[in-house]
Design a protein around this ligand. Sequence first.
Ligand code: G6P
Length: 610
Amino acid sequence: MCGIVAATADRDVVPVLIAGLKALEYRGYDSAGISVLQDGRLARVRAKGKVRDLETLYDSAPVAGVTGIAHTRWATHGAPNTVNAHPHVSSERVAIVHNGIIENHAELREELKARGYRFESETDTEVIAHLVEQALAGNADLRSAVLAATRRLHGAYAIAVMNRDQPDRIVGARRGSPLVVGVGDGEHFLGSDVQALIKQTNRFVYLDEGDVVEISRGRFEICDADGNPVERPVRKSELSADAVDRGEYRHYMIKEIHEQPRAVADTLEGRLSENRILPNIFGVDAEALLARVKHVQIVACGTSFHAGLVARYWLEGIAGLPCSVEVASEYRYRRAVVQPGTLFLAVSQSGETADTLAALRDGRRHGYLGSMAICNVPESSLVRESDLVLMTRAGPEIGVASTKAFTTQLAALALLVLELARINGLAAEKYSRLVAELASLPRVIGEVLALEPQIAALAERFVPRHHALFLGRGVHYPVALEGALKLKEISYIHAEAYPAGELKHGPLALVDEDMPVIAVAPNNQLLEKLKSNLEEVRARGGELFVFADTDAPVVQAGERGAVLKIASGGNLIAPAVFTVPLQMLAYHVAVLRGTDVDQPRNLAKSVTVE
Ligand code: G6P
């Protein structure tokens, strides 16, 4: 989950590389580096920290060149320091950047050492540099050398490689990690994603697993893992160059929180009319497959997993279909027993999360009825490898803590649930009422956003805290999980979420005047039960912060606590609506605590390694 960018052009490519790295920083940001061919040698600048640290170093000692590669890192092998920062070089003639994990790096390292190669870093990447160099020393050209090197690798990689002695070209390769080719006029690029290059071009080639590509100014050539030439289509990206700008907002996260009404409206657009889900929104062949679904297995990670948990309540409660939900890193290593008629449903913002992808690929062997992806990135591996796809259309999400990706996933999942419910005979009146409720989600989220000043004021009370407990019941338990995840990710306050009914089985022991308890209290059939749980907290001196439905019968928070009223807009959409104030709370607490909101420590947005 590092970011790669490479360019070969008729101009100095360093500004292109730095701009690309900035767009890729969401993938990792503990160190960064650039290498360009300058006056016949490989010049290299590397810095610990963010791309702006690299930029500062570059400003004091500029390098320039028409061919270059660059990298922003999220450490997997070796500490985040300058020595381990990419690009890595071999014998002053090969430079390489890499995203992924080479699983057999230790044995390759021993082999290469025995052949006289000296290792500078602790990274797995350096073995690739030496393998390429070894092949070049045997008179291969760069492309054949990369092919030879990649054949030795086990694990995942996307790489970009330069050879000092072939100064006009760069070779890239991918297996298990993303890499795209940007096609310009008289210039070509490589990048981990489209965002990195959108300011340079809107024409892209998406490489397949095992592909190797050679780019130079005037052309690009792709071959498969066996070295056979292959054609891959050039596609035009719809992404606009300013979609990734922060505008007037202080952070991407708050911009993305405010984009939710628009993003959810885009998710729903063209997919429902006033009282029904439109036909074929899951693809022309989908209806026959969906009609055979008897069970749904949802697999996801992080925030996407929480969206899956919400969908389970919906699928069982509205569509009457049994559903299991599991985090992908567990699911893929479990011997799952697949019930006949099971739809495998992968939920992922990026569509590149290594565990989720692996679970999908393994799933094929287990005899699922079919697979479906709910995803935000049309060109992602997950989308390309799933039978059915429903795009969330949230637009690029840059803040590491996911916000609009989550609410759009919920909107997409609700579309699927309502379609399955219709197929399974949900009463027509209830069906059209729920469709209308879903259609109102953008407006209702818009209303909740207006509560930001109150939430910002509330946030001040969390600043000195070390812990927080989130409570919810039923479909709002996953909302509590998501609220706790947001708070811990960006404010570094330890936060846990519990189903409120579990409180008395353990966490109640933690409740005292130093433990704020945040509860989500929509006006549903569990409200009275929840109120009893909140009384248990109050009786022990706990400080209660309750997000309650405007029409909920009075919920007491006690003298020290606070109740904030939220108009949920109905039980179906309430989980998406109640998530929004929790996102804003986490955001404002983090801002007040002075953390790096968009790039919290130790995390990355897209986890393309296991
Ligand atoms: C990382 C991100 C989370 C995200 C998770 C799953 O941990 O920081 O925000 O929820 O990956 O990512 P996906 O792209 O599969 O939804």
